[in-house]
Design a protein around this ligand. Structure first.
Ligand code: BGC
Length: 715
């Protein structure tokens, strides 16, 4: 099969079969949307479906594929798709956690393993990466994404697409990636799932779109519009963005797949009923209708009859779907991704496990560490593990069955062989546990240290899991207060799918707090590594952690106000009752060693359009333990025709330093990075002074500042 063969096929297909190619139905082995009936073999044989989601496993996939290849009139293979955001068998930390590693090579490596595991179980395409910028931790889908910053989103997008797809989509270990959810979904009203989105064109173009552009530049095969409307236009029919920007301006010729029933849901958006909805979506460039409730199946033939769509537009969509199948190598061998997972896993398991351990270690963020309480002393005689997450395994509970090694208690026991370990939940996750508190208190009182394991279950974040109060449920707060009241040292281990509000009393009362996210298959081992000091934590927050729910949305790249907060000035930008600052800033994350940054400098302090300077800074490990430091490079355009954010992230890098070691970190900074979107949203370089701010987080107090001038261009 080649391009000419595809054209011939298009000519041979009936309208019904064409619409079938544009239809994606569920195998229903995995549930990721409202319940529905699983696809039937008759539907496959009749050519009523072109791709499936949520069916996994070589035998099942082989069986379904056989109906398409041997049982349907033209024998066109199906492709099989699944949400695999942080692993299939080997689970990695949730994406928000993994983004805290600030490590593109790691992001790519974990996507590669996920792809290999998918590809041997019949999966051709994943609905990942999710690259929605999120600045509101109430929104549960913060779990799935890269956090608050567009540059991080772009780097995640590129790394993940390369990891899933490799350079050759036809490779039997490559799978197609999907950039989702295009675009602005992270800004749903008040953080409430599926609510509408209203945002300025500027915010959209500066913050929410760049990760998608990066995914397309990396060659992503597929794009998924978000469920939501953007400024009144549902994304599934957004002609200016889908056709105008994505297809025409960015040149994306891959497949656009709707989100689950989103074309049918245009009715509930109050925009269009079936035939009109189908026409609007197809004309906007949406090729595949996922779980469409008949939107394309019934809507497109009627729309064609009524002249709302043309056969040429239908063919265009069918062509893109068939070309994807061609690129995936499915015409050549429709069973190419149906392997023997057991055999493949057995050989690859040790390396995958090691990668999961590394990813979990690098994602853990040490939020506080009073009096250098961590790492824990090996001479401890007793450790109490308390809290509803004390006996968790992996923290993730996603189907299909995930491989596990050991639970947290076993890992702690192995890391501290001299200590007696006691375990008591003390509380359930959301409700008190009858009689639980007394046992927990007794354990805490009798132990040298308590590991207080708190947070939210993995299903308390993710899709359809907004929380109005993104903090610890009341029952866990009561438990924490009681344990702190014992006066014994308490280390808080926080599991979450989002930034959590850490109350003042907990931040002040705990000796140390670790953000663990949901750390995946090797999470427990990684936690033990960090507690014992076998691993020196290096994770950094990719999303600001609010001090209070009233600060939300909160992010570092705010634009300046004409009345910045002044302590003694009433008429300044502040709250009367809480601070402006987040509890933990973007980039925050401690280490068991200390780093000193000195001598920030630029190789050229003045540049013109087209030129690049280098920003250098010396980083010294002043402690006694080896450690990895993350250095961020921000800019601030001091005077521009449009007010620019107080900080804009331009680069980040990591440096590993032995005790006493110094290294110079170098960043290239080009005039292109100093451009911003002008009044017409086109990139614009304005001469003038730019502050370059270098340091370990977006906390202004920690940043070192130098200046670079942009010379007026001679033309
Ligand atoms: C989600 C998508 C997902 C799809 C298929 C939808 O509910 O919004 O992110 O890819 O289901 O599972």
């Amino acid at each position: 099969m080649d391009h000419r063969g595809i054209e011939k096929l298009i000519g041979d297909l009936t309208l019904k079969e064409k619409v079938g190619q544009l239809t994606m139905l569920s195998g229903e082995l995995v549930q990721t949307g409202p319940a529905s009936a699983p696809v039937t073999s008759a539907a496959i044989q009749n050519g009523e479906v072109g791709s499936l989601l949520n069916l996994v496993g070589s035998e099942r996939v082989r069986d379904a594929q056989r109906h398409a290849v041997e049982g349907s009139r033209l024998g066109i293979p199906l492709f099989f798709s699944l949400d695999v955001l942080y692993g299939l068998r080997t689970m990695f930390p949730i994406p928000l956690g993994e983004s805290s590693a600030f490590d593109p090579a790691l992001w790519e490596a974990t996507a590669r393993v996920a792809a290999e595991e998918c590809a041997v179980e019949g999966i051709d395409l994943t609905f990942a990466p999710m690259i929605d910028i999120a600045r509101d931790p109430r929104w549960g889908r913060t779990l799935e994404g890269p956090g608050e910053d567009p540059l991080v989103g772009q780097r995640v997008a590129g790394a993940k697409v390369r990891g899933y797809q490799t350079a050759d989509l036809a490779s039997p270990t490559a799978i197609a990636a999907t950039a989702k959810h295009f675009a602005g979904y992270g800004a749903v009203l008040a953080g409430r799932e599926y609510a509408s989105v209203d945002m300025s064109e500027r915010l959209l173009h500066e913050v929410y779109l760049p990760p998608f552009k990066a995914a397309i530049e990396a060659g992503v095969a597929c794009l998924m519009p978000a469920f939501v409307d953007l400024n009144g236009t549902p994304m599934s029919i957004h002609v200016p963005l889908l056709r105008g920007l994505v297809r025409e301006r960015w040149g994306f010729d891959g497949v656009i797949v709707s989100d689950w029933s989103s074309i049918a849901e245009l009715l509930l958006h109050g925009v269009a009923a079936k035939p009109e909805a189908a026409a609007l979506a197809l004309n906007a460039g949406v090729d595949i209708d996922m779980m469409g409730k008949g939107a394309y199946v019934e809507g497109l033939p009627e729309a064609l009859d009524r002249g709302l769509v043309t056969m040429a537009t239908i063919d265009e969509a069918v062509r893109r779907v068939l070309l994807l199948k061609l690129k995936l190598g499915l015409f050549h061998d429709p069973y190419r991704r149906c392997g023997s997972p057991e055999a493949a896993a057995a050989t690859a398991r040790p390396a995958r496990r090691a990668l999961a351990r590394e990813a979990a270690r690098k994602s853990i963020v040490l939020l506080t560490n009073t009096e250098d309480t961590l790492p824990l002393d090996q001479s401890l005689k007793s450790i109490a593990i308390i809290g509803p997450f004390g006996d968790i395994v992996g923290g993730n509970s996603e189907p299909p069955p995930v491989e596990r090694v050991a639970n947290l208690v076993d890992r702690i026991r192995a890391a501290f062989p001299k200590a007696t370990i006691s375990v008591a939940a003390g509380s359930n996750v959301e409700q008190p546990k009858e009689g639980g508190l007394a046992a927990a208190l007794q354990n805490a009182e009798q132990s040298d240290v308590t590991l207080l394991c708190l947070g939210e279950r993995v299903d308390m974040a993710g899709e359809a899991s907004s929380r109005a109060y993104p903090g610890l449920p009341h029952a866990q707060q009561e438990l924490a207060q009681a344990i702190l009241d014992t006066g014994k040292p308490v280390i808080v281990l926080l599991f979450s799918g989002r930034p959590l509000i850490v109350p003042d009393w907990l931040a002040a009362g705990a000796k140390a707090i670790l953000a663990l996210w949901h750390p995946g298959s090797e999470g427990e081992g990684a936690i033990a590594d960090v507690l014992s000091g076998a691993h020196n934590p290096s994770g950094r927050l990719s999303m600001s952690w609010p001090a209070d729910v009233g600060q939300i949305p909160i992010f570092f790249a705010e634009r300046p106000t004409g009345r910045p907060r002044l302590e003694n000035e009433h008429f300044s930008s502040k709250y009367l009752d809480i601070p402006n600052e987040p509890r933990f800033a973007f980039g925050h994350g401690l280490s068991y060693t200390r780093f000193l940054l000195t001598n920030p400098r630029a190789t050229k302090s003045t540049i013109a359009a087209g030129e690049t300077t280098e920003i250098l800074i010396d980083v010294k490990n002043t402690g006694v333990m080896a450690g990895e430091h993350t250095v961020f490079l921000f800019i601030r355009d001091l005077a521009s025709s449009i007010s620019r954010p107080l900080l804009e992230l331009e680069d980040f890098t990591k440096v590993m330093l032995g005790p006493g070691e110094t290294r110079t970190v170098r960043f290239a900074l080009s005039s292109d990075q100093l451009r911003f979107l002008g009044p017409d949203l086109e990139p614009l370089l304005e001469p003038g002074t730019f502050e370059i701010l270098v340091g370990p987080s977006a906390n202004p107090a920690q940043l070192q500042i130098l200046e670079v001038q942009v010379r007026p261009s001679s033309r």
